[in-house]
Design a protein around this ligand. Structure first.
Ligand code: SAM
Length: 288
């Protein structure tokens, strides 16, 4: 690829290979996200919205401005624009069945879950539904921390408001038990009921950060479909840190195309893309 060659003309904003490479470097530094060359057009269309909002005419102008101020609020917009937030209720549903089994066997009070790439909230609300069903109580003794790097998706999750089509695959029983239908100007929308919302706490956590604002250990950590965006060394650092936050009998749930074979000293498979700590990890990391 020739640096500084114009990309996919005609474009509303001037955008060169050097601009794309700069974006690749910056999002890797900020979020650990690796973007390969096939993402050039995606980067253009996602960031073009920011240039439009800021009345800028070229990517180089935008990127120069961004880099001038390490604390600029635009960094969050830049990051939000480049994350991929695909998710759905009960995605990879076998994990929710396994979690229900884990809850039924566990004596932990509260049973604590960290959903570490929660996106727009469908995943943590599915965890909350699972808890209510497993404990057969509308107020189970369960705490769910739902975090993400992207502040925009977190804001959606915190409202618990979704368009009706998002519930398409949910049984009628779950729709009735857990969601309220909007009326008037809110028709076509649903809101998660308070019994779900009160189990969740949304907060921003960048998995790339050295320290995470979390207290205590968890019975379950969900880290699904986010590792795929990170390179191996970044995955290793994050997964080892997560191991310190898992209770000795806790489970780590990862996405369908992710596996922890490269960390077999620390994690052993205990079900489909589900892991527990090895005895070696438990003794080395001082769990007991
Ligand atoms: C494809 S979604 C997966 C959502 C959900 N876990 C699921 O499996 O349906 C990936 C999420 O990871 C988040 N993410 C990307 N980089 C991150 C980072 N460095 N720290 C925390 N979250 C990150 C994105 O904002 C996005 O919401």
């Amino acid at each position: 690829m020739v640096s500084n060659s114009p990309l996919s003309d005609p474009h509303e904003f001037s955008y060169s290979t050097a601009d794309f490479n700069k974006v690749v470097q910056l999002i890797y530094q900020r979020a650990g996200i690796r973007l390969n060359d096939s993402k050039q057009q995606m980067v253009y269309s996602r960031l073009a919205r920011r240039l439009r909002a800021l009345n800028m005419t070229s990517f180089s102008q935008y990127l120069t401005q961004l880099e001038k101020d390490a604390d600029s609020e635009e960094w969050q917009q830049f990051t939000n624009s480049l994350t991929t937030n695909l998710t759905s209720f009960f995605r990879e549903s076998y994990h929710f069945d396994m979690l229900a089994q884990q809850m039924k066997k566990s004596a932990a009070k509260p049973f604590r879950i960290w959903c570490s790439a929660a996106s727009t909230g469908e995943e943590p609300y599915s965890l909350a539904m699972t808890a209510i069903e497993a404990y057969q109580s509308n107020h189970p003794n369960v705490e769910i921390v739902a975090s993400d790097l992207d502040t925009q998706v977190l804001a959606t999750g915190a409202t618990g408001i979704y368009t009706l089509d998002k519930l398409e695959k949910l049984s009628m029983e779950r729709k009735r038990a857990f969601f309220l239908k909007g009326k008037g100007s809110d028709s076509g929308k649903v809101r998660a009921k308070k019994i779900l919302r009160e189990l969740l706490e949304f907060q921003q956590i960048n998995l790339l950060n050295d320290s995470w604002p979390l207290q205590g250990r968890f019975d379950a950590i969900f880290c699904r479909n986010v590792m795929i965006y990170f390179d191996r060394p970044t995955q290793k650092v994050i997964l080892e840190k997560m191991g310190h936050l898992l209770k000795p009998e806790g489970h780590l749930y990862v996405g369908h195309s992710e596996n922890l074979q490269f960390l077999s000293d620390y994690y052993a498979s205990c079900g489909k893309t589900t892991y527990r700590l090895t005895e070696h990890a438990i003794s080395q990391w001082g769990h007991r």
